[in-house]
Design a protein around this ligand. Structure first.
Ligand code: ZN
Length: 91
C-alpha cells in the first residue's frame, strides 16, 4: 500500500482513508469504528473503578471481550488479564 496517497496536506497520514483501503471497508464504516473506539476510551478513562464481566467469547481467549459493569467500557482478554494482575495483593 502506498501511504503517500493517504497523506494530508500537513504531512500526516489520513488514517480513515488508509484503513479504508487496507481493510476494504468504506470510509464511513472506518469513521464509525474510530468514533466507537473514542467513545469506549472516554468511558474507560472516566470510570472510578472497573469491575469487568465476560461480555463476549471468541475462539481465542485473548480476544474475549470484557465489559465494565460501571462504565460500560469494553476491553479485550489480554487487557483484562493485565488489569486483574494489577489488582492482585502483593505476595
Ligand atoms: Zn469502568
Amino acid at each position: 500500500m502506498d501511504l503517500d496517497k493517504h497523506r494530508n496536506k500537513n504531512g500526516t497520514i489520513n488514517g480513515v482513508s488508509a484503513l479504508s483501503e487496507f481493510t476494504g471497508l468504506g470510509q464511513g464504516e472506518v469513521q464509525a469504528i474510530f468514533e466507537q473506539v473514542k467513545e469506549n476510551n472516554a468511558k474507560l478513562e472516566a470510570c472510578q473503578y472497573h469491575e469487568f464481566e465476560l461480555h463476549e467469547q471468541g475462539p481465542v481467549v485473548s480476544r474475549w471481550k470484557y465489559r465494565c459493569v460501571h462504565c460500560g467500557g469494553i476491553i479485550n482478554g489480554s487487557d483484562y488479564r493485565w488489569h486483574e494482575l494489577g489488582r492482585r495483593t502483593p505476595l
